[in-house]
Design a protein around this ligand. Structure first.
Ligand SMILES: *Cc1c(COP(=O)(O)O)cnc(C)c1O
Length: 364
């Protein structure tokens, strides 16, 4: 028997979440962002649930090749563009659209030998200070690109730093809009948080770029929960109790003995640890479902095991099902955002960190 831990990818939930994003921007086309191997879910595993998107956006050429291998003939966008000259040959061969964020990428395009002009997304740095041309230099970059025979249509894009928080997007929208107002081309500005939180702001958006929302995590947790947005978990991490014990008051649990029972209690040992991708930073009290009933972790997470409190689940014992995040069989849901928050991080990181040793299945 393999260890009982496994992950499940929920195809219907992906479809639901894609529809949620689409309904927040009904006039826009949707890039389903599948970078980082579809946020840890596996590109091949999410494809069926996301094939209703208008395109797939990602970073790696190897991942783009995998999307083409699945039979996808529609648009694919490289969100960071090319990294070296020969990447452009693959762009031509696989018909990839690519971001242009720096002069070096324009130099590469100018040197690229192709008969078929390429569709590009010209990126502006409107305040994030990661990738893109400044507002002042944007028009010169556009003019230079527009003069290249290697370039077909030019779309205009930027990325928000604070779509999920109090600062919001307006300052960046103003910079982007002012610098692009008389330029032709489609616009793409919104990630998940901008799509959901700023849906009434009339953002310049022919293409939205939702990532995290389609994986069922709230882009602005805890201001809104996934349920508030109508999002469903797309990944469940589940395992079983492999030992149950009754311990007397005064017993400590796990490395460092940092949990001490103040009264006699029943505990269960779960086959799941940080080597499976469960965050070691989750302290005592992190929520977990046992047989679909909410209880809590006790003590430190170790490499292969976690201990949980069974006092709230009296019938549970050896073999009971444990849901670390996602959906329990009885309809109960433990949102990945709650677990992430306990570890001081975000749902994105937990999904992406699902370990290779965990078997994954796909369901409806
Ligand atoms: C990752 C990424 C997105 C998706 O962001 P979410 O917060 O997951 O919705 C959108 N645009 C760009 C440029 C990205 O890199």
């Amino acid at each position: 028997m393999p260890r009982p831990i496994h992950a499940t990818i929920h195809t219907d939930a992906l479809r639901n979440n894609l529809a949620v994003a689409r309904s927040a921007a009904p006039d826009a086309r949707v890039w389903a962002v599948v970078k980082a191997n579809a946020y840890g879910h596996g590109i091949e595993r999410v494809f069926e649930g996301l094939r209703g998107a208008d395109g797939f956006a990602l970073l790696d050429l190897e991942e783009a090749q995998r999307v083409r291998n699945l039979g996808w003939r529609g648009p694919i966008l490289l969100l960071e563009g090319v990294f070296e000259q020969r990447d452009l040959e693959l762009c031509s061969r696989l018909d990839l659209w690519h971001t242009v964020h720096c002069d070096e990428q324009i130099d590469m395009l100018a040197a690229h030998k192709t008969n078929v002009p390429q569709r590009v997304f010209l990126k502006m740095n409107s305040g994030m200070n990661r990738l893109g041309f400044s507002a002042q230099r944007y028009r010169a970059a556009w003019t230079r690109l527009n003069a290249l025979p290697q370039v077909d249509e030019i779309s205009l894009m930027t990325h928000f730093s604070d779509a999920d928080g109090p600062k919001g997007v307006q300052a960046q929208v103003d910079i982007f809009s002012a610098a692009t107002q008389d330029l032709p081309g489609e616009r793409s500005v919104s990630n998940s948080a901008a799509t959901l939180r700023h849906r009434d702001a009339h953002l310049p958006t022919d293409w939205i770029r939702p990532g995290i929302a389609i994986y069922g995590s709230s882009p602005d947790h805890p201001a809104h929960s996934a349920a508030d947005w109508g999002l469903l978990p797309t990944m469940t991490l589940a395992s079983k109790i492999i030992a149950a014990h009754a311990i007397p008051a005064g017993s400590s649990i796990g490395y460092g003995s940092n949990f001490v029972a103040s009264q006699p209690m029943r505990i269960g040992v779960v086959a799941c640890g940080y080597a499976d991708g469960y965050p070691r930073g989750c302290p005592t009290g992190t929520p977990v479902l046992v047989d679909g009933v909410r209880t809590r972790t006790l003590g430190r997470v170790s490499m292969d095991m976690i201990v949980v409190d069974l006092d709230l689940v009296p019938e549970a014992g050896f073999g009971s099902k444990v849901t670390l995040w996602g959906c329990a069989g009885n309809g109960a849901i433990l949102c990945i955002d709650e677990v992430a928050a306990q570890a001081g991080t975000v749902g994105y990181e937990l999904m992406c960190a699902l370990a290779a040793r965990v078997n994954v299945e796909v369901t409806a």
